[in-house]
Design a protein around this ligand. Structure first.
Ligand SMILES: Cc1cc2nc3c(=O)[nH]c(=O)nc-3n(C[C@H](O)[C@H](O)[C@H](O)COP(=O)(O)OP(=O)(O)OC[C@H]3O[C@@H](n4cnc5c(N)ncnc54)[C@H](O)[C@@H]3O)c2cc1C
Length: 479
């Protein structure tokens, strides 16, 4: 029987394991942490009974993918829930904008930018089902649906600073800036619109759902899907070298590219070593979770119904703070993402005390404390917020890295979204998952399609691994 070792149990490690096990491979997963799940875990970080997401919170690209269909995660207990407003953008004085499931209703709320919002997102929403299978795999493939992909490419190729010129109001410009900031990259860079355009389209096409019970429910469903197929998981063991284990036919590494070089050692050919060591990590996050009595009193009322609230003010303010963090400077007013998952999933709260999630974008490896700046930014758009805080749980960039070696210097998206790495990650080449040693593959979010708890990196890497030994994937539906 073919055997496989999977190092790391993040969503991509588990997805690789499930995909291999579904094709009859005997899979062993080894995880450094005491708990499985990597960036997809939840726990009571502040007060008893309040369920906080430790990392991933919203999962716009996890629904109805090739991997989710193969794994059958819903059959293993995973349920999704949506807030009324997918994401919102408060501005000073109670103004702002809100993205709803309907592109038409969202556009109608943007006044003079009604037509422009529909022009950017409308054509893509209708073709989302055609576009996403391509975007969730290695980009260097012949497209099956060139029209949708061309429409996407025309928007994605532009710098955010150019695309946003289609909008005339601060509200629409801010709404787009908030979603574009998920790229953690400069708005002046080519291709910087790519991630904002995908996530913005997803908000209208499938929404930004949370997992009922916390993101850990995704991990639990994946673990069940794996064990049902005969896979085993060992926790609390940090792997220092793949040689620590007996021989396996396949080795899947849910780690950063540099960690892969260390794990494989001298067996890796020099040219793979060189290209993987050139992989760049991006800016970082500083995370604060709050227990808040009565929720956040946003002056912009739709933000009180929003799963995600992008806090940072106008387009210009966010463009400036994002470019500062990319350059290694800490802005006074950082971009802050606030998560109100309990609105979609009320079971995470206790009475009128709610778990509120936030992180600020900060420079790579930033060593300062950003708690005060985060609270100041939220208070600016929600006066009285501070008075409602009952408890807080703070994770610096170093704390995030200490909990998970893949979060290099606080980089929560496993690699800079520079133009080069958006297209060629982790390196150029026909098979981006193979790392130059027979049977060895990288399967983390450093590979295509990149960050997110969708498991598609692991799924694609496992398909590549199966192909390398002349086997087909159990579903064979493609990525
Ligand atoms: C604060 C934060 C917020 C986020 N928000 C979102 C969000 O809202 N939506 C979304 O989709 N994504 C979000 N993400 C990103 C998402 O969590 C990651 O993209 C995803 O978890 C990457 O999965 P992965 O399997 O590649 O790696 P990870 O989830 O990082 O897992 C890697 C695992 O490998 C283990 N490991 C590493 N080295 C070794 C070793 N040598 N031996 C044994 N085990 C090892 C680690 O302990 C870890 O468990 C967020 C991430 C963070 C940190």
């Amino acid at each position: 029987m073919t055997s496989a070792l999977v190092v790391g149990s993040g969503p991509n490690g588990l997805a690789a394991a499930i995909t291999l096990a579904a094709s009859g491979v005997d899979v062993t997963v080894v995880e450094a942490g005491r708990r499985i799940g990597g960036g997809t875990r939840s726990s009571e970080l502040t007060l008893p009974g309040l369920m906080h997401d430790e990392c991933s919170a919203f999962h716009p690209l996890s629904i109805d993918t090739a991997f989710s269909r193969l794994a059958g995660l819903e059959r293993h207990g995973l349920r999704w829930a949506w807030a009324d407003v997918q994401y919102s953008h408060p501005l000073d004085g109670g103004a702002g904008a809100a993205a709803l499931r309907s592109v038409g209703e969202t556009a109608a709320g943007l006044g003079p930018d009604d037509r422009a919002w529909k022009q950017v997102f409308g054509p893509l929403v209708g073709r989302f089902g055609e576009i996403t299978p391509h975007l969730l795999g290695p980009l260097m493939r012949v497209p099956r649906h060139p029209v949708g992909l061309c429409q996407f490419g025309l928007r994605a190729a532009a710098p955010v600073s150019v695309l946003v010129k289609r909008f005339s109001s601060e509200a629409a410009r801010g709404l787009y800036a908030g979603v574009a900031a998920h790229a953690f990259w400069s708005f002046r860079s080519v291709l910087s619109s790519a991630i904002g355009t995908v996530l913005g389209t997803a908000a209208h096409a499938s929404g930004w759902p949370v997992a009922v019970g916390g993101s850990a429910a995704i991990t639990t469903a994946m673990a069940n899907a794996l064990t049902e197929r005969g896979g085993t998981i060992e926790t609390g063991r940090r792997v220092g070298s793949v040689d620590e284990f007996g021989s396996f036919d396949l080795v899947m590494l849910d780690v950063s590219p540099r960690a892969a070089i260390e794990l494989v050692g001298d067996a890796m050919p020099a040219r793979f070593r060189r290209s993987l060591s050139g992989y760049r990590h991006g800016p970082a996050a500083f995370k604060v979770d709050f227990a808040v009595e009565g929720g956040v009193p946003w002056s912009h009322l739709p933000s009180r119904r929003a799963g995600t609230v992008h806090v940072g003010g106008t387009f210009r303010e966010i463009a400036t703070s994002e470019s500062m963090v990319v350059r290694g400077q800490m802005p006074d007013r950082p971009f802050v993402l606030v998560g109100q998952q309990y609105l979609a999933d009320p079971g995470r709260s206790v009475g009128d005390v709610h778990p509120v999630y936030s992180y600020a974008h900060v420079p790579s490896g930033f060593t300062g404390d950003v708690t005060e700046a985060i609270e100041r930014q939220i208070e600016r758009f929600a006066p009285g917020f501070r008075d409602r805080i009952l408890a807080r749980h703070v994770q610096s960039t170093a704390a995030l890295s200490a909990r998970n070696a893949n979060v290099v210097r606080g980089d929560i998206v496993t690699g800079a979204n520079s133009p080069r790495q958006l297209v060629f990650r982790p390196r150029g080449g026909v098979d981006p998952y193979w790392i130059g040693v027979q049977g060895h593959f990288l399967c983390s979010a450093a590979t295509p399609p990149g960050a997110g708890a969708h498991g598609m990196c692991g799924y694609n890497a496992a398909r590549s691994a199966l192909r390398s030994i002349g086997r087909h994937c159990a579903d064979d539906s493609g990525g």
